[in-house]
Ligand binder design. Structure first.
Ligand code: HEM
Length: 409
């Protein structure tokens, strides 16, 4: 596949703002997506481990983690759409070819995702009293985790097939016979996939530190439970972090030839240093973990480390496609469209910001509420809620108004 052919596959309309904007947003949103994936998988695994335990502390954790996993799936999906948009804008010749070559799996991905989410809900419906009665129907949770992992594996395969344009023809027409069925996943790299999955352990450990700090803020009295969560969080971070780094090393040692330059590159070391710094953070903080925001800070630092890993992953893709195939996403033709750029950032920053601020504040405050009766938001918080609804309505009106205007004029 020559660079000219790859360039010919681009959208001739160009992109609405500089491609670097899409590149940066792609890295940031991928990091958010993968962090949510890791919390989802970690919480689901802890649910399974805890629900059937005789130890009430494990059961209580399983109960909390089931709620976390359920919500995390929806975040995984929402935060998965964002990098999907960015990757298909600046890497469209690669992304779409990879998708078309495995079209069945692209559609199957949705079916498996829906089935995986339903399986998790079936487990939830069967387990409203995990703490008192223990877990029931663990097979549903096993099925859910397996299906969600299968979904991740498909995306992994799609985002790796795109890196091998030299293989597209043999995949599409093996021995010269066209196979337009799209029924095959043609490429995967297990150490790479497992690296991202194994990071679930330290990321979930960091999440548990935040969960524990939250309980402390709500004046949790069960000291044994807090100590249990802390010991588990630490183990997940140190042991799980170590395992993830080892799998990462296996990935680096088995990189395909044209990507071998990445092993030992500055980016690889920076990503490793970021991961190790987060794993060491609780050991360095010691008792400060129980004060101020430090307990939450570990997850915050973990998110930064995941952004660094995401950036290194992007460098691997960018340099490989540039050096081995002569494709530079940053020279995409720019056809500036201020309206859509502005709309995107306003939607993200203002509407997303206000709505999220409201939801998170209410969730936070109600969890920390100590007084008699249910929690009632203050006037100021209710105002933010009213603003978020107003802004959403205004956005919808604007969306249709502009569409109508373009259509009529
Ligand atoms: C529910 C289970 C899911 C799991 C376990 C999962 C896991 C993963 C993993 C491991 C990667 C990194 C692959 C690699 O670099 O080799 C990834 C990337 C990605 N995922 Fe997910 N994912 C899930 C769901 C989703 C969903 C529902 C979407 C979209 C709506 C999505 C969109 C993406 C995108 C766009 C990328 C990056 C593609 C790229 O930059 O090349 N994922 N995911």
């Amino acid at each position: 596949m020559t660079p000219e052919m790859l360039y010919a596959l681009r959208d001739q309309a160009g992109v609405p703002s500089h491609p670097v904007v899409f590149l940066i947003l792609g890295v940031l949103t991928f990091a958010l997506h993968i962090a949510a994936v890791q919390v989802m998988l970690g919480a689901a695994a802890l649910t399974l481990r805890g629900a059937f335990s005789a130890d009430p502390k494990w059961r209580r954790l399983a109960n909390a983690m089931l709620t976390t996993a359920k919500i995390a799936v929806s975040l995984v999906i929402v935060l998965g759409v964002a990098p999907l948009l960015f990757v298909q804008v600046i890497y469209d010749p690669f992304w779409y070819t990879s998708n078309v070559l495995s079209a069945w799996w692209v559609i199957g991905f949705i079916v498996l995702l829906v089935a995986g989410y339903i399986a998790m809900y079936i487990f939830y419906w069967k387990n409203h009293h995990i703490v008192a009665e223990g877990g029931k129907g663990g097979i549903w949770m096993v099925l859910s985790i397996a299906l969600l992992l299968a979904v991740g594996f498909i995306v992994h395969s799609l985002s790796n097939q795109m890196l091998f344009p030299e293989q597209w023809m043999p995949w599409y027409a093996p021995q010269g016979h066209i196979d337009a069925g799209g029924r095959t996943l043609h490429y995967w790299h297990l150490p790479r996939f497992l690296f991202f999955i194994a990071l679930s352990a330290p990321v979930t450990g960091a999440w548990l530190y935040g969960y524990r700090r939250y309980l402390q803020g709500a004046q949790e009295t069960d000291a044994a439970y807090l100590a249990f969560v802390r010991a588990l969080a630490q183990k997940l971070m140190v042991v799980g972090g170590g395992v993830a780094v080892l799998i990462g090393a296996a990935w680096m040692l088995t990189l395909p030839e044209k990507m071998a330059w990445f092993a030992g590159s500055l980016w690889m070391w920076v990503a490793l240093a970021a991961l190790l710094a987060v794993v060491a953070m609780p050991l360095a903080l010691r008792e400060r973990i129980d004060t101020g925001f430090w307990g939450y800070g570990i997850f915050g630092a973990g998110a930064v480390a995941i952004i660094v890993v995401g950036a290194a992953r992007e460098v691997l893709r960018y340099v490989t496609l540039l050096s081995a195939h002569g494709y530079d996403p940053l020279d995409y033709r720019v056809n500036t469209d201020w309206y859509s750029t502005l709309l995107f950032f306003v939607t993200f920053g203002v509407i997303g910001g206000v709505t999220l601020a409201y939801l998170l504040t209410v969730a936070w405050k109600s969890g920390q509420h100590q007084g008699q009766g249910p929690y009632t938001p203050s006037l100021a918080i209710s105002r933010i809620g009213q603003w978020s609804v107003t802004l959403l309505v205004a956005w919808i009106v604007l969306y249709f108004a502009v569409g109508l205007w373009v259509w009529i004029r």
